[in-house]
Design a protein around this ligand. Structure first.
Ligand code: NAD
Length: 463
């Protein structure tokens, strides 16, 4: 094991900056959607970066210049970063500890099986594996979304295990990137949040983000606890806004109102704003659903469950949109009971949102598999997520494009608002289906255009 060295960084001038202060060498531990993006973008900004994962096949693909998931713009940046010689990937934590001055923890924090709590085993195991090799003054920076209190616990863990002891500091730097826009969000974030325990940690983080800070990006410096809370508070707010308009959709359904007009009228009020106020099938993915559940769970553990009890309702409203979409398909198919045997459904979309191949907690797949369970013959089509969907739902049929998936369909249901689905010509699709019936689960189509050529059109919260 290497001897404990001094605090100085090991590489040349800081990227994006003329100062003589050397740039920190970075490691990024966990190379999934967040970590791979972070590693590639930081190398693009000029840092020397080592990506680390326990998944050998993922590391092999990344080292061969292949991004193991769909993210627009990322493959090009990976190629550029590999050519520059500033980026490589490994499975060795020993190598990572020797290489890095600042280590970003980007591993998954999924929902625990059988509980709403976050599963922290990957974070604990990554931090444990790294800490054992940390022999000099270093900063370990959590980026994963974690329950409040995790950073304090990990500080104790890392300092107990590291040969460098309390020379190793922990910081939290929550990540707000959106899949589909991950490159831009990483290179040009709205803000950076630095949760730190010392001026040294803040200075290290400022060095690690120097090119981004230099563009005038706001930096909020705070304590570890607040930094952890910022992320779950932000996701809770976004989820609440989506469920709020979907709750209004439920009221519209009961009263004959039109939630699209209602949302439009609300959006003109600057205090409310139109973003995330779009009615439809609701949120899914690897973040929002598990983050609001973990937040509610953690608040209950801390005795402040009441403060965020509304998140349980936000979750319930969101889930009800999925079953309501199934009901709309049933209504259009003219089926009164539960049984959809013999009904052919073309399901447009599998990913949890457009521009992503991520199917974690995807509303689209939830609806498709519910229809299948009711007896329907479901053909799913998605521009990027088919392979991921097939792995989890082999019982469904998969098409290659929307028109061929719709051949002989009794009902078409739009579940993910990919641009190519919004551009479908209703006349062309109408010429292949058995019945011109469409459920617009994302309120993304021009109802008048579809109705004009004889389609029965239904959408959530609309007459
Ligand atoms: P992911 O499942 O795509 O990636 C996690 C990666 O961690 C995988 O490659 C896995 O092999 C690796 N891993 C697991 N255990 C490891 C270990 N012990 N050592 C090294 N690597 C290990 O997950 P993700 O979507 O990238 O999310 C990661 C974290 O970032 C989560 O906490 C998530 O909530 C948060 N986050 C995600 C996004 C997003 O858009 N995906 C945005 C903001 C925050």
């Amino acid at each position: 094991m290497a001897a404990i060295a001094g605090p100085e960084e090991t590489t040349g001038p800081r990227p994006g900056d003329d100062s003589d202060v050397p740039a920190p060498r970075l490691t990024v531990i966990g190379t999934g959607y967040l970590g791979a993006t972070h590693a590639i973008c930081m190398a693009d900004l000029g840092f020397d970066v080592l990506g680390v994962d326990v998944d050998e096949s993922k590391i092999k693909r990344l080292n061969e210049g292949e991004v193991p998931f769909f993210e627009p713009g990322l493959p090009e940046l990976l190629a550029k970063a590999m050519d520059s010689g500033r980026l490589r990937f490994t499975t060795s934590f020993e190598e990572a500890a020797e290489f890095g001055d600042v280590h970003f923890i980007c591993v998954g924090t999924p929902q625990q099986e059988g509980s709403d709590a976050a599963d922290l085993r990957y974070v604990d195991s990554a931090v444990t594996a790294l800490a054992q090799h940390l022999c000099r003054r270093t900063l370990v920076v959590g980026k994963s979304t974690v329950p409040v209190g995790t950073a304090a616990r990990l500080t104790e863990l890392v300092q107990r295990l590291a040969p460098a002891g309390d020379q190793v500091e922990l910081a939290w730097n929550p990540e707000f990137l959106r899949e589909g826009y991950a490159v831009d969000d990483t290179l040009r974030p709205d803000r950076l949040v630095f949760g730190v325990s010392s001026a040294w940690a803040e200075e290290r983080l400022r060095a690690a983000f120097a090119p981004i800070v230099a563009t005038g990006t706001p930096v909020v410096v705070t304590d570890l606890t607040t930094a952890e809370l910022v992320k779950v508070a932000a996701n809770s707010f976004l989820a609440t806004k989506i469920s709020y308009i979907n709750a209004m959709a439920e009221v519209c359904e009961a009263t004959g109102g039109d939630v699209r007009g209602l949302a439009e009228a609300l959006a003109y009020d600057d205090r409310i704003g139109g973003r995330f106020l779009k009615p439809g099938l609701g949120f899914g993915g690897g973040c929002l659903p598990k983050d609001i559940r973990a937040f509610a769970h953690r608040a209950e553990e801390l005795g402040v469950g009441q403060a965020v009890a509304f998140l349980r309702e936000v979750d319930a409203i969101n889930k009800r949109r999925r079953s309501r979409t199934v009901d709309l398909v049933r209504e259009l198919a003219g089926v009164t009971g539960g049984d959809l045997t013999g009904v052919r459904v073309a399901a447009l979309g599998a990913a949890f949102k457009p521009n992503s191949d991520d199917i974690r907690d995807a509303p689209a797949l939830d609806v498709a598999s519910a229809l299948h369970r009711l007896g329907a013959h479901v053909t799913v089509v998605d521009p990027q997520a088919t392979e991921n969907a097939r792995r989890v739902h082999p019982e469904l049929d998969y098409g290659t494009d929307a028109i061929s998936a719709a051949i002989d369909a009794d009902v078409v249901v739009l579940l993910t608002e990919w641009a190519q689905f919004q551009e479908i010509d209703p006349e062309i699709m109408g010429s292949v289906v058995a019945h011109r019936r469409i459920v617009d689960g994302r309120d993304a189509l021009d109802a008048a255009r579809w109705r004009a050529v004889g389609w029965e059109y239904r959408a959530l919260g609309r007459p």
